[in-house]
Design a protein around this ligand. Structure first.
Ligand SMILES: NC(=O)c1ccc[n+]([C@@H]2O[C@H](COP(=O)([O-])OP(=O)(O)OC[C@H]3O[C@@H](n4cnc5c(N)ncnc54)[C@H](O)[C@@H]3O)[C@@H](O)[C@H]2O)c1
Length: 342
């Protein structure tokens, strides 16, 4: 299997390439990544020079770059995306461009060679929108409510249309919130871990009661390999863990794992349109992909905290760059008007 992994220098892409390199010794990987603020080529520097690995800096919206990268590849895993909901509220255009148009460019190139085995589109449980009760199943109506989730829904609907219209072997996965090593520290878990290490405040949205189903990134990666090997073309698979926790509970787990005083937590003005709860039913992935998650939250968060503790140069260099401006814009007024935890 010669995989084209787009967005392989980002959080999940990096963990996925590492997983494949160690668990599938006969597979080779080409990474195509634009290296936006969220991508780090050095994440994969251990593989530079390996015959099984090739890195190409390029944009999935650029047909020439995509054609060159896809040559000789038998399968595509599309992680490349703009991914942060808060940034999508500020700049929806970049999300529509990469998360919808980029998918079209990839599909156009993919369909030129019908010997290719799978186009795996990495999607998200956020396409279901906020779920009050029960768990979303793959047949549920989509109700994306942020520019990010709407763009991801657009991307996967377009991919599925290439299955229906052209017979492209598209498989779609919808994963819940991931956490683990190498996540850019704008997202809740790495932001709070690194702020805790720096003695900075932990800005918690709203009342902290938003609920997510937390999935350790390595479990997501094993599900994706199973989807490549056993997924049925035209099929959608939810991937999650069933470890439902509120953001406040996650924050307290981080405080405990980092030995941080709760007085650093601040409740701040909520994100616009913040979905209250996501939860997915993963029975299809369990039955058809023969996959199950392996890492409970306590173990996963301890591994994650250890990784950030052992790799300060990785996140400190990020936090001293464009991140600083972003953080000020997002949080300085909100923190001035914030409330301490009671
Ligand atoms: N993080 C999560 O909790 C989560 C959950 C479910 C699904 N997903 C999906 O998984 C995928 C990866 O998410 P992540 O958290 O690793 O994201 P990330 O932001 O950490 O990484 C995205 C990567 O894509 C690259 N990229 C962005 N635009 C590009 C373009 N136009 N061309 C080529 N490369 C480009 C970036 O440089 C970066 O390396 C995304 O499709 C996301 O929607 C993420």
């Amino acid at each position: 299997m010669n995989l084209l992994v787009t967005g392989g220098a980002g959080f999940i892409g990096t963990n996925f390439v590492k997983y494949v390199m160690s668990h599938r010794p006969n597979w080779s990987v080409t990474v195509l990544d634009k290296l936006t603020y969220a991508g780090r080529r050095e994440n994969l520097s251990d593989y530079e020079g390996s015959e099984r690995y090739r890195f190409i800096k390029g944009d999935i919206c650029d047909p020439v770059a995509v054609q060159g990268a896809m040559e000789g590849c038998s399968a595509v895993v599309n992680f490349a995306a703009e991914t942060h909901v808060d940034r999508s509220i500020d700049d929806p255009a970049s999300f529509v461009r990469t998360d919808v148009e980029g998918v079209r460019v990839l599909l156009e190139e993919f369909k030129k060679d019908d010997s290719r085995s799978v186009f795996l589109q990495i999607s998200t449980d956020e396409v279901y929108g906020s779920v009050q009760n029960g768990r979303s199943s793959e047949e549920d109506t989509l109700d994306p409510r942020s520019p990010y989730s709407a763009s991801k829904a657009g991307g996967e609907l377009l991919a599925m249309s290439y299955f229906s219209t052209f017979g492209v072997p598209v498989v779609i996965t919808r994963a819940s919130n991931n956490y683990g090593p190498h996540q850019y520290p704008e997202k809740l878990v790495p932001l709070f871990i690194t702020n805790a290490f720096e003695g900075e405040k932990l800005p918690l949205y709203g009342d902290g009661g938003n609920m997510r189903d937390w999935l350790f990134v390595t479990d997501h990666c094993s599900a994706l390999v199973a989807a490549i090997e056993k997924g049925r073309p035209g099929r959608i698979y939810n991937i999650g863990d069933g470890q439902e926790m509120t953001n406040k509970e996650v924050t307290f787990a981080i405080l405990e794992a980092t030995g941080t005083d709760p007085s650093l937590v601040r409740f701040i003005e909520d994100r616009l349109g913040h979905d209250r709860r996501y939860a997915v039913d993963i029975s299809r992935a369990r039955e058809e992909l023969n996959w199950k998650p392996d890492t409970d939250f306590q173990t996963g968060i301890a591994l994650t905290v250890d990784w950030y503790r052992d790799n300060p140069q990785w996140w400190q260099s990020i936090k001293s760059g464009e991140f600083r401006e972003y953080y000020k814009k997002m949080y300085s007024t909100r923190l001035e008007n914030s409330e301490r935890i009671q």
